[in-house]
Design a binder for this molecule. Structure first.
Ligand code: AVI
Length: 319
């Protein structure tokens, strides 16, 4: 991207952050979209989270993908074009394509070109000679696949339980759109975290070393840096709580004292104990995931889990 285009993109992003912050902080229950947690520092902290002893999802899913690589390859069959939604550093994409029978291509899709480059390099190294066709797009919206894929059967890949960060209606919309993008006969390999004991869930989102707290509080530093806000991050603390009615872990930033914050010419007041809801991580029961997929046009073909039934990996088939 040229310098001018990069500046335009950064300015558009800043304007979107300010618009979301003004809307979220004006709501009766203050909230901010979790996508803003991931600036460079947030991405670094999230990477550290995935290696924490309490944060079981990443290592459990990796274990399932590794141990079930043969079964996944057999169920998918040869010649699949793998389309990964939000590939991150490409580690899971590399693991998947390494195990598949002669995949046709790897298509990482992300709005951030720097992630695409990293994922493309990692997968190319894992499977030399495999065509890698990155698509710069927001995968939560409609996008077109590269024409070069031809008639190769599509295998969508959406690991990490990122689907859990969507509200259930957004998750259904994502699955419907993925069904349209990938087309009839496609498959989707989907990682979804499972409902379990509150104590295990709350520890996973509020670790002893304080990495998740730093990840959450980084949002206030980002608002100060990029949106010109004047949050005092020391005036807030991180809280993770299991909401059993909605079956989700919620992350909140809790105001430690009454305070007011300026942002884009507006003043926002916080009472002591008032929170900003910064993320929801929905956990699924297998029957609920199956129903969600079915309502979006996907039939559950296989489900793999670990011995402790912490996490699930699903192979869905577009009906
Ligand atoms: C990216 N996403 C699936 C993570 C999750 O588990 O919901 C984000 C995260 N937030 C705190 N820890 C991890």
């Amino acid at each position: 991207m040229s310098g001018a285009l990069q500046r335009d993109a950064a300015e558009a992003q800043r304007a979107a952050l300010i618009a979301d912050a003004l809307a979220g902080l004006s709501a009766p229950r203050k909230t901010l979209p979790c996508k803003w947690l991931y600036d460079a520092e947030g991405a670094r902290l999230f990477e550290a989270i995935t290696r924490l002893p309490e944060y079981y999802p990443t290592r459990t899913e990796t274990r399932i993908l590794t141990e079930q690589a043969g079964a996944i390859a057999e169920a998918v069959g040869p010649g699949a074009a793998v389309v990964e939604f939000g590939p991150g550093d490409g580690a899971k994409g590399a693991l998947l394509v390494r195990g598949l029978q002669v995949p046709a291509a790897y298509v990482p899709v992300d709005i951030a070109p720097e992630w695409l480059e990293a994922a493309a390099a990692r997968v190319a190294e894992a499977r030399p000679g495999l065509p890698v066709l990155p698509v710069v797009a927001d995968f939560t919206q409609a996008f077109a696949l590269p024409r070069r894929l031809g008639p190769a059967p599509r295998l969508g890949f959406f690991p990490g339980s990122t689907i859990g960060n969507f509200e259930p209606t957004e998750a259904a919309a994502f699955l419907r759109r993925a069904r349209t993008t990938l087309g009839a006969g496609a498959r989707l390999l989907l990682g979804a975290d499972l409902v379990k004991e509150a104590a295990v869930l709350e520890a996973a989102y509020d670790d002893a070393a304080g990495v998740t707290a730093a990840f959450d509080l980084n949002l206030l530093h980002r608002l100060n840096r990029e949106a010109g806000a004047d949050f005092d991050p020391a005036g807030f603390r991180h809280r993770a709580v299991w909401n059993p009615a909605l079956e989700r872990v919620e992350m909140h930033l809790v105001a430690l004292r009454p305070q007011q914050v300026r942002l884009a010419g507006r003043v926002f007041r916080f009472a002591e104990g008032e929170t900003i809801h910064t993320e929801s991580s929905h956990k699924y029961r297998p029957e609920r995931l199956r129903a969600l997929a079915a309502a979006a046009g996907w039939q559950a073909e296989r489900m793999w889990t670990d011995p402790a039934r912490l996490f699930s990996v699903w192979l869905l088939h577009a009906r």
